[in-house]
Design a protein. Structure first.
Lengths: 367, 305, 289
């Protein structure tokens, strides 16, 4: 199947507020029907970028194309995108139906057609029959659905969502995550969400752009981002990791020998990045806590193995976080799954343990 | 907030009426008075603006300085009285049960809606020689006199031969009380707004740490509501400075305040240049008070009174 | 009752919590006394408008003859009509100007804005007498014609009233705007509404309680104004407060009480009406999304 053109094309877009650079030369393409996420800490520019897509900010430099059309002169009320705002922004003085119909009303859609489409949209978000209620009679989650219906009824090409789940409580959040993914599938349009919560992004999106200080650090699928981060920031922001500094002491084909301070020499598979394949290169070595196992006896050969003493154990019910102090004084954290009720005997503080992982699970970070 | 350049048509359309009215029917009139204050009378109506400072010089003579001073003192006294009586009321309403608050507030604010002139007039009926207070005092005197006669001490005229009515009107006290009566709601409202917003946890923390109620009030509550106090003081002091019908109705010839003097210049004495000078000096006093307020930490905000 | 029983009764009375200040007797006494002192003169004035006695405070009998006298007093009625006319015109114009100013200041950034806002606040802050004499000097200086037919004679007073009323309206509406969720505006535009549609469909409905409050303030300020009107009124354009003042100068008769009571009644009714009108709107938007 031929690749259709991207629905959104951001080319070299920057945004400055006085001396502050909120968005720094961002270029990315978003395909049709994608569920795309802009992920990053607060202040990284993701919301500014979203607002530029919606038309509420104008770029200081660069171009935004939606479905091939340049949007520089198009105001927000004439763009083929619609947004669900962080506070939902459901009009308090109108009923649910009036809210959902508003976009159709100002768009000149005839009354007769409005009714049908409003009902359809409400059914889509599972609020059929709620048309006559007022927003103050609805819960937060229900108001969000009204905002969704209101945006979707206009059949935009792209739906933008600004921190859609941040105001919901934990249980509702998880349920909504799944619902949004299903909704996108049903409606068949591109969704772009902005979030600071990596769990949201990982569970919902097809592709994620991780941003820091106005720039995009990596764009990839969730699994790629998690297992193959291209820099320390991404590795640290998504998921947890144990980070050590090291230097490449020898390169042998597709293997590296890395001297890690306080630990010794580790033999790891060489990553793609040529910067890491030089002898003498300073690199970061990281491993995620769930990839590490603990044992009282020494592990088999072929693993990266370290010995340490238990300094703390935090019990979370489904897992425990175990902290070992290595001989060098560094701390390593390990996530141990609680996979059987009467599992192996509890770990004591001060007990000596081995921890080990597969060399292939090591992250090699050059940036 | 967007820059006006984004939508200049809308911007001008919205701003022109207000700006026009403000300029032509407020700034310009003030400007005219300012110019007149540097003028001299040349006839019954004619005023020539010679940029003389004679009017200001005259305004700063001891006679008028004394009146300015008296106005400041009296307005200040009335303001303090309002604060002392108003703070407990505002405090009580702020801590009242939720459903009583609107009722109590309405009850305090309602007199404010009623014409100040009428309220001052109502006070006359209370204070004058044949007014309510004297009526009540006379009644008490007669009872006391009857009792004394009854127990045989009537001949001694211990409390005087006849009832002497209290001269409550036409003195400084009457004017001050009149000002307090007129502006009391003005003090309560900003105080209430401020006390209401205060986080109750501060009081609870202070009590928890062992302070008495009074100590808590002095060290915690009052300082935290300081901005409200300042607002209230300003809202009462400034109009009180310029009061003129209150001293006119309740005061005697000795109790002229600066407002009365200004009124006379423009009405009976027909000395507009002098009146203009006095008027502007009063305004500078007002600005001085506002500046003091900004300095004391309450940020001077334009339209957010 | 035995001592233990009495003690039990006293102890069982609900203890006053440390922060329940309003339940303490001395505070209740203070409030009570304050309210009595606040209302007594006014209530007395109103009561004695029905007193069948020319000057005394001794009650001699109920009568409405002073109301009849007031009703038949042509100049008093004329003054009353003048007051109402000015108040109504002032309310309409001030509200419109005030709302525009409030929205413009809330929405736009422009050079010199802080100074502009400061000037806007001046009519609120300045002593009334300064403004009164300024208006008097202004109309004299520009040669305002003094022989206009009614109702144009009221024009200069009305102009002055609008000048000091609209900043109050602006402040009131601005206060309401502070709580406005700007995302509501963005949402409307995102859905396709133009500037005008957004203003009409989203902003103004939200502002309604504030606009009503502001209009009410403008009405009462105008109706009750004495100082500024005193300086701008001419012989053909007396308002009720000014008329009452001149009557006071002459002698204190219950007729003044009657006229005052009528004015008080109108003010109170208007205030209560506005509170009622505001309350439902306030309920929905306070609990709203």
């Amino acid at each position: 199947m031929a690749e259709s053109q991207p629905i959104i094309s951001i080319r070299g877009v920057s945004k400055r507020f006085g001396a502050v650079v909120a968005v720094d030369d961002v270029s990315l393409d978003i395909a049709q029907n994608e569920f795309f996420a802009l992920l990053g800490p607060s202040g990284c520019g993701k919301t500014t970028l979203l607002r530029m897509l919606a038309g509420f900010e104008t770029p200081s430099a660069g171009q935004i194309l939606i479905d091939g059309q340049d949007m520089s002169r198009v105001p927000p009320n004439r763009r083929p995108v619609n947004m669900v705002f962080q506070s939902y922004a459901v009009f308090p003085h109108m009923t649910v139906s009036e809210n959902v119909a508003y976009g159709l009303k100002v768009g000149g859609v005839p009354r007769s057609e409005q009714t049908g489409r409003v009902e359809e949209a409400l059914e889509l978000v599972k609020l059929g029959g709620y048309g006559d209620r007022k927003p103050d009679q609805l819960s937060g989650g229900q108001r969000q659905r009204v905002a969704l219906a209101r945006a979707l009824v206009k059949r935009p090409k792209v739906l933008l969502l600004d921190e859609p789940l941040s105001a919901l409580d934990a249980k509702l959040r998880e349920a909504m995550q799944l619902e949004l993914v299903n909704l996108q599938d049903t409606v068949g349009i591109t969704f772009i969400i902005v979030t600071h919560d990596q769990n949201e992004a990982l569970s919902m999106a097809n592709r994620i752009a991780v941003m820091e200080d106005g720039a995009v650090r990596q764009i990839d699928s969730p699994a790629q981002l998690y297992e193959y981060p291209n820099c320390r920031f991404v590795a640290d922001f998504i998921g947890k990791m144990n980070l050590f500094e090291g230097r490449v002491s020898a390169v042998d084909g597709d293997k590296l020998r890395v001297e890690v301070s306080g630990i010794g020499a580790l033999d790891l598979p060489a990553p793609e990045d040529p910067a890491a394949r030089r002898s003498g290169a300073e690199i970061g070595i990281a491993v995620r806590p769930e990839k590490i196992r603990v044992r009282r006896e020494a592990p088999d050969k072929g693993r990266v193995a370290l010995r340490g003493k238990v300094s703390q154990v935090a019990y979370y019910g489904d897992a425990s976080h175990v902290f070992l102090i290595l001989d060098s004084g560094q701390t390593i954290s390990i996530t141990v799954q609680n996979d059987a009720r009467d599992a192996s005997p509890r770990m004591e503080i001060g007990e000596g343990l081995w921890c080990y992982w597969n060399p292939g699970d090591t992250l090699v970070l050059t940036a | 907030m967007e820059s006006w350049r984004k939508n200049p048509v809308v911007f001008w359309m919205m701003n022109v009426p207000g700006a026009f009215w403000l300029f032509f029917f407020f700034i310009v009139p003030l400007g005219i008075v300012w110019a007149i204050s540097f003028g001299e009378k040349r006839g019954v109506i004619e005023i020539e603006i010679t940029w003389t400072l004679a009017n200001y010089a005259r305004a700063l003579e001891p006679l008028y300085l004394g009146i300015f001073w008296k106005s400041i003192v009296m307005a200040g006294g009335a303001t303090v009285a309002c604060l002392v009586t108003g703070y407990p009321v505002a405090f009580a309403i702020a801590f009242a049960p939720e459903r009583w608050k609107p009722v109590l507030l309405m009850a305090v604010v309602l007199p404010f809606w009623i014409n100040a002139l009428i309220r001052t007039y109502a006070l006359i009926a209370v204070f004058r020689t044949q007014g309510f207070i004297n009526f009540g005092a006379e009644w008490l005197w007669e009872r006391a006199d009857a009792t004394l006669t009854f127990i045989g001490l009537g001949e001694l005229h211990l409390i005087g031969e006849r009832f002497e009515p209290l001269a409550l009107l036409y003195n400084n006290t009457a004017v001050t009380l009149g000002i307090v009566y007129a502006f009391f709601p003005f003090m309560v409202l900003p105080l209430y707004a401020n006390i209401e917003k205060m986080d109750r946890s501060y009081i609870e923390a202070s009590l928890d740490l062992g302070a008495s109620q009074w100590r808590t009030f002095v060290s915690v509550t009052f300082p935290l509501t300081w901005h409200g106090v300042i607002s209230g003081i300003i809202i009462v002091f400034i109009p009180a400075l310029g009061a003129f019908f209150i001293p006119d109705l309740l005061g005697g010839t000795d109790n002229q305040l600066i407002g009365n003097v200004i009124e006379r210049q423009f009405k009976s004495a027909n000395d507009w240049p002098f009146g203009g000078a006095l008027s502007f000096l009063l305004m500078y006093l007002t600005f001085g008070a506002l500046a003091l307020r900004s300095l004391s930490g309450g940020r001077g905000r334009g339209l957010e009174a | 009752m035995s001592v233990p029983q009495t003690r039990a009764l006293i102890d069982n009375r609900k203890a006053i919590g440390p922060l329940e200040y309003t339940r303490r007797w001395w505070l209740r006494l203070t409030i009570g006394v304050t309210f009595v002192l606040l209302y007594a003169p006014i209530l007395a004035l109103m009561a004695f408008s029905f007193n069948d006695s020319r000057r005394n405070i001794v009650w001699r009998g109920f009568t409405t003859k002073y109301y009849e006298k007031a009703w038949n007093n042509d100049s008093l009625i004329q003054a009353f009509v003048n007051s109402l006319t000015i108040a109504v015109i002032n309310t309409v114009v001030s509200t419109i100007i005030g709302v525009l100013v409030a929205i413009a200041l809330w929405r736009f950034r422009f050079p010199g804005k802080p100074a502009y806002e400061g000037f806007m606040a001046l009519p609120i802050v300045i002593p009334e007498i300064c403004m009164g004499v300024a208006m008097m000097a202004f109309f004299a200086r520009i040669g305002w014609p003094t022989d206009l037919p009614w109702p144009l004679t009221l024009a200069n007073i009305t102009i002055a009233h609008i000048a000091f009323s609209f900043p109050f309206v602006a402040v009131t509406v601005r206060g309401r705007l502070v709580g406005f969720n700007r995302e509501l505006e963005d949402a409307a535009k995102d859905l396709g509404a133009t500037e005008w549609q957004t203003l009409r469909d989203i902003v103004l409905p939200y502002l309604k309680p504030g606009i009503i409050a502001g209009a009410l303030i403008a009405f009462t300020l105008s109706l009750d104004d004495f100082v500024i009107t005193f300086f701008t009124a001419g012989p053909g354009s007396i308002t009720l407060p000014v008329k009452i003042f001149s009557m006071l100068r002459f002698s204190v008769t219950p007729e003044i009480n009657a006229a005052s009571t009528v004015l008080i009644a109108i003010t109170v009714v208007a205030t209560v009406l506005a509170m009622r009108l505001q309350a439902p709107a306030r309920r929905t938007s306070a609990e709203g999304g």
